[in-house]
Design a protein around this ligand. Structure first.
Ligand code: FES
Length: 108
């Protein structure tokens, strides 16, 4: 998926740098960046895969309406990456396939 190149970061270099982890990889963000914005700024082009065919999905609306940016953030699944600001030491993971609601009913 070629979406990352479409995003150009505005100069935020005067803001404090935040260190966080994405899929076990150390990344940086600027204070106030959302997780989705920080991922796109780091060239990460998808945040989850679909339950039907595992196709990659990326942040789309960046305003909390499309739910394409769902991620596991600090151990909590189904978080909207475009609505959560990166914090020092945060750990974010892609969501793979069907969401886990903890109910384990097999109906998802
Ligand atoms: S990008 Fe649309 S809800 Fe997050």
């Amino acid at each position: 998926m070629a979406t990352a190149f479409r995003f150009k970061r505005i100069d935020a270099s005067t803001k404090p740098v935040i260190n966080w982890l994405y899929e076990g990889k150390s990344l940086t963000a600027y204070e106030g960046d959302t997780v989705a914005a920080a991922l796109l700024a780091n060239g990460i082009d998808y945040t989850r895969t679909t339950p039907v065919n595992n196709s990659p999905r990326a942040p789309f609306c960046m305003m909390g309406t499309c739910f394409e940016c769902l991620m596991d953030i600090d151990g909590v699944p189904n978080q909207q990456a475009c609505q959560i600001v990166v914090a020092q030491g945060m750990v974010a993971m892609r969501m793979q396939g069907a969401r886990n609601t903890g109910s384990n009913t097999g109906n998802e």
